[in-house]
Write a protein that binds this ligand. Structure first.
Ligand SMILES: *[C@@H]1O[C@H](CO)[C@@H](O)[C@H](O)[C@H]1NC(C)=O
Ligand SMILES: *[C@@H]1O[C@H](CO)[C@@H](O)[C@H](O)[C@H]1NC(C)=O
Ligand SMILES: *[C@@H]1O[C@H](CO)[C@@H](O)[C@H](O)[C@H]1NC(C)=O
Ligand SMILES: *[C@@H]1O[C@H](CO)[C@@H](O)[C@H](O)[C@H]1NC(C)=O
Ligand SMILES: *[C@@H]1O[C@H](CO)[C@@H](O)[C@H](O)[C@H]1NC(C)=O
Ligand SMILES: *[C@@H]1O[C@H](CO)[C@@H](O)[C@H](O)[C@H]1NC(C)=O
Ligand SMILES: *[C@@H]1O[C@H](CO)[C@@H](O)[C@H](O)[C@H]1NC(C)=O
Ligand SMILES: *[C@@H]1O[C@H](CO)[C@@H](O)[C@H](O)[C@H]1NC(C)=O
Ligand SMILES: *[C@@H]1O[C@H](CO)[C@@H](O)[C@H](O)[C@H]1NC(C)=O
Ligand SMILES: *[C@@H]1O[C@H](CO)[C@@H](O)[C@H](O)[C@H]1NC(C)=O
Length: 581
C-alpha cells in the first residue's frame, strides 16, 4: 500500500492538495526533516490497510502511568506477536491526565511522556503496523463536558493545548499514523453533544496549527460514549479537510459480553439479526465515510467458548461485509498473554482472520436458547467424576465446509477407531476418550482435540473431567471483612478454572440485586454481574466489597451460588456460600 503511489493517485477521492509529498505543510510549527516520507492516503485506504486491528489496552492508558495497571510497559515483542497473528494495526490508547507539568494557559505535557508515546508509535510502525492513537481516560479525568460543574473554558483550552503538543510530537510520522480526539466521551444530552462536537473542531484546529503532516493525516471522529445509540447526536465538522472515518465501539449484547445476569450463551437468529441491524444502521448513517469499530470484545473470562466463537465470527463477518473494520479490545487479561506471546483464545483469532476475508468458518455448535435448562457446547467434552466413559456426540455448524483432520498435539486421530463422522456430527469414541477419562481420573483439562476443516478456521474440543470445586469454609459475616475489601474465598478447582454465573438470593427468597431478573429464564434468574458482585482468579472466588455492603444494608442472610461449566439445572455443578450481614 505504501509504495503504490500510482494507485493512490488514481483514487478518486484524493484532492489536488493531497498529492504524495515528501515535504511538510508550510503552515504550522513543526518542520519535518527533509527525508521524512508522508504519502497522502484516503481514510478508506487507511481503514482497509489497518484491518483487522488490535488494542494495546491498559498500558499507556493506565492511570497514573504506563505499568500502573495489569501490564508492564510495552516492549517490541508484543507488536511482533500481534503482527504474527495477522493484525495489521494497533490502536494505542494514551492517558495524558497525570503527565501535565504545567497548568493554564499552556498545559505543558511532560516531554519524557511525549517522547515515550512517540517511541511506542514508532515501535509499531517500524514493524509495518498502522497506528491509531488518542487521548483516552482523559475523557473522565478532566475532559468530561457532561459534569454539571464542568469548566468548559478550561476543558477547551486544555484540549487545544494538549492536541497542539501531541500534534507537534507526532506531526512528522508517516501516513500510517492516524489520530482520534478522545475515547468514549461521557454525556447523553444535546448540549453534551454540542460540547463534544466543539472538541472535535478544536482537535482539528490544533492538528492544523501543529504543522507537520497533520493537516492531511487520517483522523477518526465519534459521538458521545462511542456507542451506536448516540450516533444521531453526531454532526460532521463543517470545515473538515482531514480524511476521516467514523468510530464506534461494540460490546453488545452487554449481558453476554460482560458476564451479566447469567447470560453465557449467544448465537440465536435474533442475536445475529441485532448485530446486522446495528451495523446496517451505522453504515446507513455514513454512506460516504469509512467506519471503524475501534473496540470490540466479549470477555473470554465470562462467555462460554463456543458462544464466543460464534459471536466473533458473526460480528467480524457482518462488519466486514459492510466495510466496517474491527479493532479487538485487549486489556491484557483477555486475549494476548503478553509475557509468553500466546493467545488465550487462539481459535477466536483464527476465526477473526478468516471471517475478515469472507471465508466460511465451521463452528462448534452450542445452545443458543436462553430458556434451555441444559446448555451444551461442542467446544468441550465434559465428563463427570464417577460416570462411566461413553461415546460422545459433538455437533458442528459446518457452514459449507467439510471435516478434515482431528489431532491431539499433532498426533492424528484415526477415523473408525478414535472417531466417526455422520453428517455434521462427530462421534468421539469411548476407547479414545478412555485415554484421558474414567470414573476416577483426576479432574481437570485433559487434552485438546484440534479440528480442521476444508476451509476456514480451526476449532478445538477440550476434554475435561469435572467435579464440583471445593472450598474449606462456606459461611462468614459480611461485616467481618475489613472496610473497603473484597471477600476472597480460596477455591480448589476441579474442572475448568472458571465461574459461569453467580445467583444471589436472600434468606427470604428475594434477589438482592436486579430483582427484575426474576422474569428471566431459570439459568439467569437472580444472577449478578461479573466485576460488580463477583469475580474469580486462579485460586479464589471473590465477592466484591459492594456486594458485601449490599448484604449488610439488606440485613438479610444471603446465599451466593457460584455456578461452573457445564451449566444445567440440577447437575449439581455449583457451590453455595452463605453470608450473614
Ligand atoms: C517527567 O516524567 C519523568 C518520567 O516519569 C519524571 O522523571 C520527571 O520528573 C517528569 N518531569 C516533571 C517536570 O515532572
Ligand atoms: C475555568 O477555566 C479558565 C481557564 O483555565 C479559568 O481562567 C477560570 O478561572 C476557570 N473558572 C472557574 C470557575 O474555575
Ligand atoms: C442514522 O440513522 C437513523 C435511522 O435511520 C436516523 O434516525 C438518524 O438520524 C441517523 N443519524 C445520522 C447522524 O445520520
Ligand atoms: C468554518 O469556516 C467558516 C468560513 O471560513 C468560518 O466562518 C467558520 O467559523 C468555520 N467553522 C469552524 C467550526 O471552524
Ligand atoms: C445436550 O446434550 C445431551 C446429551 O449429550 C442431549 O441429550 C441433549 O439433547 C442436548 N441438548 C441440546 C439442546 O442440544
Ligand atoms: C459403570 O459401569 C459398570 C460396569 O458396566 C456398572 O456396574 C456401573 O453401574 C456403571 N456406573 C455408572 C455410574 O453408570
Ligand atoms: C458460505 O456460507 C454461505 C451461507 O451459509 C453459503 O451460501 C455459501 O455457499 C458458503 N460458501 C462456501 C464456499 O461454502
Ligand atoms: C486446552 O486449551 C485450553 C485453552 O483453550 C487450555 O487452557 C488448556 O490448558 C488446554 N488443555 C490441555 C490439556 O492442554
Ligand atoms: C456448608 O458445609 C457444610 C459442611 O461441609 C455442609 O453441611 C453444608 O450443607 C454447607 N452449606 C451450604 C450452604 O452449602
Ligand atoms: C444452594 O442455594 C440455592 C439457592 O439459594 C438453593 O436452592 C440450594 O438448595 C442450595 N444448595 C445447597 C446444597 O445448600
Amino acid at each position: 500500500m505504501r509504495s503504490e503511489i500510482a494507485s493512490l493517485l488514481a483514487f478518486g477521492t484524493l484532492s489536488a492538495s493531497a498529492q504524495p509529498s515528501t515535504s511538510p505543510s508550510s503552515k504550522g510549527t513543526v518542520a519535518c526533516p527533509r527525508n521524512t516520507v508522508f504519502r497522502p492516503i484516503s481514510a478508506s485506504q487507511w481503514v482497509k490497510a489497518a484491518s483487522p486491528g488490535w488494542n494495546l489496552g491498559n498500558t499507556l492508558d493506565a492511570v497514573p502511568d504506563e505499568g500502573s495497571w495489569n501490564n508492564p510497559p510495552v516492549q517490541g515483542h508484543v507488536f511482533d506477536d500481534v503482527k504474527a497473528a495477522g493484525y495489521k494495526s494497533v490502536r494505542i490508547p494514551v492517558t495524558y491526565a497525570d503527565h501535565y507539568v504545567g497548568s493554564t494557559p499552556d498545559w505543558t505535557i511532560n516531554s519524557t511522556w511525549l517522547k515515550r508515546v512517540s517511541d511506542v508509535v514508532d515501535m509499531a510502525t517500524s514493524r509495518g503496523l498502522y497506528v491509531l492513537t488518542n487521548m483516552h481516560h482523559d475523557s473522565w479525568r478532566w475532559a468530561d463536558v457532561s459534569q454539571p460543574d464542568a469548566n468548559i473554558t478550561m476543558i477547551q483550552e486544555k484540549f487545544y493545548q494538549s492536541w497542539l503538543q501531541i500534534g507537534k510530537t507526532l506531526g512528522c510520522k508517516s501516513e500510517m499514523v492516524a489520530l482520534e480526539p478522545i475515547n468514549e466521551p461521557p454525556g447523553s444530552s444535546a448540549t453534551d453533544a454540542q460540547n463534544l462536537m466543539k472538541l472535535n473542531d478544536i482537535f482539528l484546529k490544533a492538528l492544523a496549527d501543529s504543522g507537520g503532516f497533520n493537516g492531511r493525516r487520517v483522523v477518526t471522529l465519534s459521538s458521545l460514549g462511542m456507542g451506536l445509540g448516540n450516533t444521531p447526536l453526531f454532526t460532521r465538522p463543517t470545515n473538515i479537510t482531514n480524511p476521516w472515518a467514523f468510530q464506534f465501539h461494540y460490546y453488545s449484547p452487554y449481558d453476554f459480553d460482560f458476564g451479566a445476569w447469567g447470560k453465557t450463551v449467544w448465537g440465536s437468529e435474533a442475536d445475529k439479526a441485532t448485530v446486522l441491524a446495528d451495523f446496517t444502521q451505522a453504515r446507513g448513517n455514513f454512506t460516504d465515510v469509512p467506519i471503524i469499530m475501534g473496540e470490540f470484545d466479549a470477555s473470554q473470562l465470562n462467555c462460554e467458548a463456543a458462544a464466543r466463537w460464534k459471536w466473533f465470527d458473526h460480528v467480524v463477518r457482518t462488519a466486514s461485509s459492510l466495510d466496517i473494520s474491527g479493532f479487538l479490545w485487549d486489556n491484557g487479561l483477555d486475549n494476548l498473554q503478553r509475557e509468553t506471546g500466546t493467545w488465550r483464545d487462539a481459535i477466536a483469532v483464527d476465526i477473526t482472520m478468516h471471517a475478515i476475508r469472507g471465508a466460511n468458518n465451521s463452528l462448534a455448535d452450542s445452545t443458543t436458547d436462553v430458556s434451555a435448562t441444559v446448555q451444551n457446547s461442542s467446544a468441550y467434552i465434559f465428563h463427570k467424576v464417577g460416570d462411566n466413559v461413553t461415546d460422545q456426540q459433538v455437533p458442528f455448524l459446518l457452514n459449507g465446509n467439510a471435516f478434515r483432520s482431528l489431532s491431539v498435539e499433532g498426533t492424528p486421530l484415526k477415523k473408525g477407531t478414535d472417531y466417526d463422522v455422520s453428517g455434521s456430527t462427530l462421534t468421539i469414541k469411548e476407547k479414545f476418550l478412555s485415554k484421558y477419562l474414567s470414573p476416577t481420573a483426576e479432574p481437570g483439562t485433559k487434552a485438546n482435540i484440534t479440528r480442521t476443516f476444508s476451509a476456514g478456521a480451526k476449532s478445538q474440543i477440550e476434554i475435561v473431567q469435572w467435579d464440583v470445586p471445593t472450598i474449606i469454609q462456606n459461611t462468614s459475616s459480611a461485616s467481618a471483612v475489613s472496610s473497603g475489601n473484597d471477600l476472597w474465598i480460596p477455591v480448589v478447582w476441579k474442572g475448568l478454572h472458571r465461574v459461569a454465573a453467580v445467583k444471589i438470593v436472600a434468606s427470604d427468597g428475594t434477589y438482592v440485586f436486579d430483582d427484575w431478573t426474576q422474569w428471566l429464564p431459570p439459568l439467569q434468574q437472580g444472577r449478578g454481574t461479573y466485576g460488580n458482585q463477583w469475580s474469580f482468579d486462579f485460586d479464589r472466588l471473590t465477592i466484591t466489597n459492594s456486594a458485601l455492603q449490599a448484604v449488610i444494608t439488606s440485613g438479610k442472610t444471603t446465599t451466593f451460588t457460584f455456578e461452573f461449566y457445564p451449566r444445567a439445572v440440577g447437575n449439581g455443578n455449583y457451590l453455595n456460600y452463605t453470608l450473614t450481614p
